[in-house]
Write a protein that binds this ligand. Structure first.
Ligand code: DOR
Length: 443
């Protein structure tokens, strides 16, 4: 075979839709041009992947990169450095920035800021509000829009549609799958007194199971009447997992590495660093989320990377903001669960590549196939590392997993054929482009 490739990833173990096996990947013009035994085919660059596993690029569909508005915590560039340092090739970024991403001008502004300043590919969620509901058919189909995101309970920022009528007005307009932060604002308001000053362990008492379950029940009812598809972000309770199992025809489910890894037992050790919405709960819920992963109720993993500075986190609860970094630790934390036998490597790929592509109709990503974008996450399943704050590329520079020893590590990140990270080093310039979606293909 004498075809020339721009890049050949040689001799790795490919984890693909047809199984797991040794093979080479040849890349030309940013796309996968050949898969298989490529022999000595000429290539601009050959990367020896012997002993490593090659996964379809990991897509993190829930990150908060804070730009514009709170760039002392993160910006699109630093957030994307963290992403590729952790093996993530594309992110969907959330609309609770300042200004909010709720109209075409704000989306266009983010896209312009992101292009060739981000190291990974990107799409942006557009916040659904009472005011922009009539414009949703146009907004959700703009190039670079991941879809519509609604906060039904208040979290960081001012986006909020707490009532059934407001949510129905949005879901009557959406044709794409809309994403929801599902916590019942009315119950949250009633229970404000449950917060114990100085004690973040009271966070899951305030934002209790019923806060999450009631909202998710309401949301599914509204979606069914509106005949809309919904995506329930960061499901955190056994109760919602059991409920959503009966509604998989219209509802997809995200779980996060932090809800699968940490538990309420960690509040004494981590304090406000563990404070997150929806909260980290006791281990019974964590076990049920794992049952949702192995049983297939959960569709995808998202990190909900929500950085705040350590100075902000040092404020006494409840003045401390909710959120933690996560985009860089998603792959190593979950590979460690793979190493421990809690999930298979194929299921990991299903939840981070094929799953996002299936739920959100991503064009040309989500599997390793000829003609698809050459987005590859290269991992060493045997490598033992200890996650440290000092490794975190986010501007906020900390992780709740500081000190955690893991088996399995991202060693390379390829975005549309460009090697952007290898062995921890960020290589070359930022070349991130907007993710393309079937609903918004322009050419
Ligand atoms: O804890 C959270 N922080 N949950 C969210 O939904 C928002 C996020 C943030 O933006 O800080």
């Amino acid at each position: 075979m004498s075809e020339a490739f721009d890049l050949v990833l040689r001799g790795g173990t490919l984890v693909n839709q047809d199984g797991i096996g040794l093979g080479d990947i040849g890349v030309r013009d940013g796309r996968i041009a050949a898969i298989g035994a490529l022999g000595q085919a000429p290539a601009g660059r050959i990367v020896d992947c012997a002993g490593l596993h090659l996964l379809p690029g990991v897509i993190d569909t829930q990150v908060h990169f804070r730009e514009p508005g709170a760039t002392h915590k993160e910006d699109l560039e630093t957030g994307s450095r963290a992403a590729v340092a952790g093996g993530v090739t594309a992110v969907f970024e959330m609309p609770n920035t300042t200004p909010l991403t709720t109209d075409d001008a704000a989306l266009a502004d983010k896209l312009a800021r992101a292009r060739h300043r981000m190291f990974c590919d990107f799409a942006f969620w557009v916040g659904g509000t009472r005011n922009n509901a009539p414009a949703i058919p146009d907004l959700e189909r703009l190039p670079g829009a991941a879809g519509i995101k609604v906060f039904m309970g208040s979290s960081t920022g001012s986006l909020l549609v707490e009532d059934d009528e407001g949510v129905a007005a949005i879901l009557r307009q959406t044709r794409r799958r809309a994403a929801f932060h599902s916590e019942d604002e009315f119950r949250l308001r009633e229970r404000l007194g449950e917060r114990v000053p100085g004690d973040p362990a009271s966070h899951p008492v305030w934002r209790d199971v019923a806060v999450a379950l009631r909202c998710t029940e309401r949301l599914v009812g509204i979606a069914r009447s509106a005949r809309a598809r919904i995506h329930v972000l960061h499901v955190s309770t056994a109760d919602e997992m059991a409920f959503l199992a009966r509604h998989k025809d219209l509802a997809s489910v995200e779980v996060t590495p932090h809800h699968l890894t940490l538990s309420a037992d960690d509040y004494p050790r981590l304090g406000t660093r563990l404070q997150m919405n929806p909260p980290i709960r006791d281990a019974v819920h964590r076990g049920a989320l794992w049952a949702g992963v192995t049983g297939g109720i959960a569709d995808i993993l998202g990190s909900d990377h929500a950085p705040h500075t350590l100075a902000e986190k040092a404020k006494p609860y409840p003045d401390s903001p909710s959120g933690m970094t996560g985009v860089q630790t998603l792959v190593p934390i979950m590979l460690d669960h793979v190493a421990a036998g809690r999930m298979s490597l194929q299921r990991f790929v299903d939840m981070t590549s094929a799953g996002p592509a299936r739920l959100f109709n991503i064009a040309g990503k989500g599997r390793m196939a000829v003609g698809y974008d050459a987005d590859i996450t290269v991992v060493d399943l045997k490598r033992r590392e200890t996650i440290r704050d000092g490794w975190i590329a986010s501007r906020s520079q900390w992780t709740p997993h500081d000190g955690r020893a893991v088996t399995g590590w991202p060693v390379g990140t390829v975005v549309r054929g460009r090697l952007v990270m290898w062995e921890g080093e960020i290589l070359g310039g930022a070349s991130g482009e907007a993710v393309r979606f079937l609903e918004a293909l322009q050419d």
